[in-house]
Design a protein around this ligand. Structure first.
Ligand SMILES: [Zn+2]
Ligand SMILES: [Zn+2]
Length: 171
């Protein structure tokens, strides 16, 4: 995804919309189906502000049961781009630069892919769950407990109580 910004560079306040709908590929992400993106590019002086959102679906692997599942992917985008040729970001900005993610572009063209990829990867859950109450796998036999119970004893007996249990059972 790439947008020519030579037109809005002509004056502060100029803006243009950018929309994308179709298949996309981001390394490290297994997207399912098309991606829809709607951005607004605004010349805010020394920078181009890109804001908007992106929606799609991604295939993830459950952190408990290891089954793969498809989850919605929703991303808010709010990024600033400066022209690589302009050098440093002017120091008179009333914005703390460390609060902003500043990216550069060159030849009047903004490339979204790498920025989106980073944002998408950062937005993924650390431990995705196929569902809130995923039962996971039996840690003894590996059965997927979402699909059915296994015959392993459901509660582990503290080994210290073992002898007592035996006494109680009269064995
Ligand atoms: Zn699961
Ligand atoms: Zn089991």
């Amino acid at each position: 995804m790439r947008v020519d910004v030579s037109d809005i560079k002509r004056g502060t306040g100029l803006w243009k919309p950018f929309e994308f709908e179709g298949p996309a590929h981001f390394e490290g992400l297994e997207l399912e189906g098309p991606v829809r993106a709607k951005f607004k590019l605004t010349n805010v002086g020394s920078r181009i502000l890109v804001d908007g959102d992106l929606h799609g679906q991604v295939r993830l692997s459950c952190g408990r049961c290891a089954e793969s599942f498809v989850a919605p992917l929703d991303l808010e985008v709010d990024e600033h781009f400066i022209d690589e040729a302009s050098g440093e970001v002017p120091a008179d900005e009333n914005v703390a630069l460390e609060d902003l993610n500043i990216f550069t572009y060159r030849d009047d063209r903004i490339e979204f892919d790498e920025i989106l990829r980073q944002n998408l990867l950062a937005a993924l859950p650390v431990k995705p769950l196929c569902r809130e109450d995923c039962q996971g796998l039996c840690d003894q036999c590996g059965t997927n407990l979402n699909l059915g119970k296994c015959s392993c004893p459901s509660e582990e007996i503290d080994p210290r109580w073992g002898p007592l249990m035996k006494l109680k059972n009269g064995s």
